[in-house]
Design a protein around this ligand. Structure first.
Ligand SMILES: Nc1ncnc2c1ncn2[C@@H]1O[C@H](COP(=O)(O)OP(=O)(O)OP(=O)(O)O)[C@@H](O)[C@H]1O
Length: 238
């Protein structure tokens, strides 16, 4: 899979939130970093086909995300920061089976595949569990399983681990390691991008760096600490 961003521009409330963002992403693990308000979530939503850019085009595997909703749903899985915004069904099994049914599986097949996914993560005993009874970390794992079951080529994650304790975050990151799909992850925490192949750094809606993690992340961290040391709040994003 590849994500092809061509001169993306997004204007919200009369303000350019993204401008001139171009990148062709073919690497398995891509991180998007930047300060609060730099446009990371907006870019993630453009990649996922949830926002149609005012300028330019986002293509995944050659498909225009804004133009072909069905293909978009098939190609991209999305994981947000708050799993409560994502989970809609009362039981774990229903939650995972839903996406499969949406993709056209018969109910019985969708359920069998959902059970197979639970098995793969050693969570067969969760099938009938009430989704509202799961912890935040368990809910995030459920979202991950539901997305993986649909076998998307690309998974877009927007701050998927914030709010989780360190062991839960490390466990979920390990689950990610074994995933074949391309992962595009938004975070302001460079430590969550350990082992990533490529980093896009957004500042004020523009790409100010784009390259290998071992080059971009140290610069990003240094700059964040420099800005953090300033007392002049005029330097705050937004
Ligand atoms: N619907 C909207 N109308 C007007 N402005 C918006 C809207 N949504 C986002 N913005 C603005 O766009 C800018 C980028 O927002 P975005 O959420 O993409 O940033 P972010 O880098 O993900 O920030 P954070 O790290 O704080 O989540 C911000 O200044 C935000 O206030």
């Amino acid at each position: 899979m590849s994500v092809d961003l061509r001169d993306i521009g997004v204007t919200l409330g009369g303000r350019a939130v993204l401008a001139g963002v171009s990148a062709r992403l073919t690497e398995p693990r891509v991180g998007i970093v930047g300060r609060n308000g730099s446009g990371k979530t907006t870019l993630a939503r453009v990649i996922a086909g949830l926002i149609t850019p005012d300028a330019g085009q986002a293509r995944i595997g050659g498909t225009d995300m804004a133009g072909d909703r069905r293909a978009a749903l098939h190609n991209v899985g999305i994981i947000f920061q708050n799993p409560d915004h994502q989970i809609i069904f009362p039981t774990v099994l229903e939650e995972i089976a839903f996406g499969l049914a949406q993709q056209g599986r018969r109910a019985k097949d969708a359920e069998a595949e959902a059970r197979a996914m639970l098995d793969r993560f050693g969570k067969a005993h969760w099938a009938m569990a009430a989704t509202h009874s799961l912890s935040q970390g368990q809910k995030q794992l459920l979202c991950l399983m539901a997305v993986l079951a649909m076998q998307p080529g690309v998974i877009v994650m927007d701050e998927p681990f914030s709010g989780l304790d360190i062991p839960t975050r490390l466990q979920l990151m390990r689950y990610l390691d074994g995933i074949a799909a391309q992962v595009v992850m938004v975070t302001h925490d460079p430590h969550q991008l350990c082992g990533f192949d490529r980093i896009l750094w957004l500042e004020g809606g523009r790409l100010i760096a784009d390259g290998p993690a071992d080059r971009v992340l140290p610069d990003f961290e240094t700059q964040m600490h420099d800005w953090g040391g300033l007392d002049d709040l005029a330097h705050l994003a937004g």
